[in-house]
Design a protein around this ligand. Structure first.
Ligand code: 4NP
Length: 160
């Protein structure tokens, strides 16, 4: 059994690569990489092929997550045929994905922070035009939601 998870933001250089790197690291630490496949993409195409934003990569590396191998790509309709979970960082990303979603999609298209334990956090704010604290806030939100998402998948698919 393999479950596939796709994180989606606007540019695929700040928030979704952060979620990709953090969640992938948790999956590897729990020796679940044979069961959970992780990817990320953007709804926009300005940064195709680019590595993550240097500020996002530096903030992540400070907490032990290496984002250097990631490259930006745009989300496509084919992703709905591939991924069981498509997790949007904010409501704009979610609306854009809903327009792209085929009627036949059987998976979960939702906000990533549905998995955050505190309901006041539902969107990951775009840190692109702000300072370093924005990138640390993204990491705080992503770490908590990733932990709970992983527990959900382990239960849902009986991965242990
Ligand atoms: P992300 O942040 O969606 O978290 O990757 C952004 C990156 C780039 C731009 C906007 C948001 N941009 O407008 O280029």
């Amino acid at each position: 059994m393999t479950v596939k998870v796709l994180f989606v933001c606007l540019g695929n250089i700040c928030r979704s690569p952060t979620a990709h790197g953090v969640f992938e690291t948790l999956v590897e630490r729990q020796a679940l990489a044979d069961h959970i496949v992780v990817d990320s993409a953007g709804t926009g195409d300005w940064h195709l092929g680019h590595p993550p934003d240097q500020r996002a990569a530096a903030a992540a590396l400070q907490r032990g997550y290496d984002l250097a191998h990631l490259r930006a790509r745009k989300v496509t309709q084919d992703d709905f045929g591939e991924f069981d979970y498509i997790l949007a960082m904010d409501n704009n990303n979610l609306s854009d994905l809903q327009l792209l979603q085929p009627g036949s999609y059987q998976g979960q298209l939702q906000l990533f922070l549905e998995y955050h334990p505190e309901p006041q956090y539902r969107e990951v704010p775009d840190p692109y035009y702000g300072g370093d604290e924005g990138f640390n806030h993204v990491l705080d939100l992503v770490e908590r939601a990733s932990q709970q998402l992983l527990e959900h998948l382990v239960r849902q698919y009986k991965l242990r």
